[in-house]
Each structure stands twice: as structure tokens, then as C-alpha cells.
Design a protein around this ligand. Sequence first.
Ligand code: S3P
Length: 440
Amino acid sequence: MQSGATSKPSSSLSGMVTAPGDKSISHRSIIFGALAEGDTHVSGLLKGADILSTIGAMRALGATIVEQDDGSWIVTGVGQEGLNSPSEVVDCGNAGTGVRLIMGAAAAYNIEAEFTGDESLRSRPMARVLDPLREMGVTAESQDGDRLPAMIKSDGALKPIDFTPPHASAQVKSAILLAGLRTHGITTVRETRLSRDHTENMLRAFGADVNARPKDDGQIVSIEGPISLVATRVNVPGDPSSAAFPIVAALIIPGSDICIENVMMNPTRTGLLETLAEMGGDIRADNFRKSGGEVIADLHVRHSNLRGVSVPPSRAPSMIDEYPILAVAAAFAKGETIMNGIEELRVKESDRIMATVELLRRNGVDVTETAGGMRVKGGVVPGNATVPTYHDHRIAMSALILGLAAQNPVSIDDGSMIATSFPSFFELMSSLGAEIEVTS
Ligand code: S3P
């Protein structure tokens, strides 16, 4: 059900909050646990709608996944028995990562399964995953332009491939590696730019031998199948892509001083922190420690006078989901911020270049859409508009953060989909002192 929300110019934010579980790692903990032999214990799982879709899908394919009284989860994997053909269409909701990884994982088995999703997911391109899977021997039938619903048929005897994805994509890399787990031989993915490496790290945690060799700005990653995954414990670290919202809020609201605990600092995910530091953002990380195989830290963020920067396109993979909220920070910065080489944003939950430009323009910000990105001139932000969110959680949260530091309130047409990645967003922001009201 749709529900709108309005954020009002707020006085300084303060307090300490904990970042919610990382969405990428949460998906992978469920999927890998479902494939493994034995019981995988997952703590800190993000209980967002996207992850619940992945849990539903992996149950439909044969895994047993149960939430415990203490909020942790036990995933009993199918192991040697393998995934089975589901009796109904598998609905992955809004979860692009979920459906792309699960199609890859399922294709490794003797299976027939149909996958679909909500309106936003059904509009997103699937050829990037279906084409390499076809090369491995899968029969995949889908809608025009390789969209969902898609029917996957596999005899479970795939050929290993050596594949160079045309764009940096952890989803594509992961789908191919998962499909390669049961092949006989070496499956290789050549990345010209390194994308988030959670699949490589987690495969290792589940006992797989993953060979990753750096090459220029990217890497060559390969596995030699067949590989049986062995259940393990996963402690999900906090999501830097969700932490980005309170971080930017604190930077742009005068007098703010907050701490966000438990933020994953994996270098394939910290591009926004680098960029905000270049803009003059006062962000200090301390208490570095390891959790679930990843480095985490606590971030102390204070209001800062930001200045515009040009973001190097090579940084895009490490902050691919953070451009809408970076554009909000840029709207309050002195000078121009240039974002280029981010065409991939056009095929996220919405066309995020178009949606971000509209968000800013409606609120009186000087912004130019370019073929490969956008340019934002910072200054005073009038606000006072209602922003269309196009079923996109990150557009919805970005608009609400803008309204906290604008001259007038900012509304969104729908905030219900924020629960896909950050179900505690309203609560967490309000505990810091942000004035955000949910309307119906
Ligand atoms: C993700 C990879 C990214 C990102 C998405 C999560 C993942 O997509 O945008 O939110 O968990 O692998 P691409 O790999 O397609 O860029």
C-alpha cells in the first residue's frame, strides 16, 4: 500500500545509531546458506522486504529457513540433494540482486523455474545474466528485451565459461560464479573494474577456493567446479549504503554531530565516504574491527561546509547506489559537483539519473542531466515540492533527507518501498532528531 511522507527543516541532529544489516551480504547469506550442506547461522540479517523475497524464493527452491527467537536465522541448506523445481512462479518482489543471483544459483541444478517480480523489477534488464547463463547451457525464455517473467530450464550439467561482463556488475559476476559451482572445470569472470567483492569473500567463508587476481582497475576471478559449499556462521555488518542517508543528513544540517556504529568499510563500498571527504565533509572513522569477515567501524559525522567536486568515473562501482544521496549533499555544497560515467543508474530500481534530476529540480536546485550523469550547482535549496519516487527506495530517502535542510518541507508520493532496504529508516532518523512525518 502506498503512503506518502514529508520531511521538515530540522534543527541539529545528534545521537548514536546502529546501521541496519547490509543488503548485499544479507541476500548472499540466505542464498549461499540455502545451497550449502548443513545449518548456516545468520545474525544481523537485514529484515527488509527484498531479503524476505529472497527467503521466500529459496524456500520455494527447497531450503528451510527459520527465524529464531533472538532475531537470528538458521538456513538449512539443500547440500547434495540440490535445489528443486518450484511448484509456483517465484516472485522476487523488488529485489534485483535477489533474482539475478538466484537465477544463477538455480541454473546449476536440474531445474525448471519461472521468476518474476514487481513492476519495477519487471522493467529491469535481465539479459546481462541470462546471456552468460545461456552460454553455459541454460534455456531461458523471457519477455521482450529479456525482462521478467523469465523461465529457466537447466539439465544441471552446465559448461564453465570465461566471461568479460560489459559493465562493472557484482550481480552479474555473482550469478555466473554461482552457476559455475557445479560445472566441471574453471569458470572465470574478468572484471575491467572491480565491483563489490562480497560473493568472493562469502564463497571462501563457505569453504570454496576462489582465485582472484587483480588486473589494472579490475580483477580476474575464477573458481574450479564442482564445489560443495559447507554451512558456516555469518554475522552481517552494517550497510554503508543505508548509513549514507544519516551521514549526509548530518553533514547538511547545521550544528549536527552524530555517530553511526557498525558500518562496513569494505573498500569496494566506500566511494561515497571518499567523495564526501574530498568535499570537506567532517567524517571520522574509529573503532575498526572485524565482523563476519568484513572490516567495520563507527563513523562520527559533523555538519560541514561542503564544496563541489568532480567525481572520478572510476569510483562509480564503489558508490553505485549512493549517487542520489550524493546529489543531495551536492545541492548544499559551494560550487558544482560533476558526476559522470554513471549510465548504469538508468537501469536501477528506477532511472536514477532522471529521478534524481527531477527530485532536485522540483525543489529549486540548479541541476543539469547529461548523457552519462548529472551536474549539480549547490546553494540555498527552496524545497516545497512533492517528489515522484518511481517505486525507488533510494530516491524516496534522498528526497526526505533534502527536506531536512531545505528552506521548506519536501514530500514524497510514496515511502512504502523504503522498507525494501531500510525498514527502520523513519525510526532511526527520528531518534537523531529529524522531523519526518508519514502521511497516508
Ligand atoms: C548489488 C550490486 C549492485 C547494486 C545493488 C546490489 C549486489 O548492482 O546496485 O544494489 O549486491 O551485488 P550491480 O552489480 O548490477 O551494479
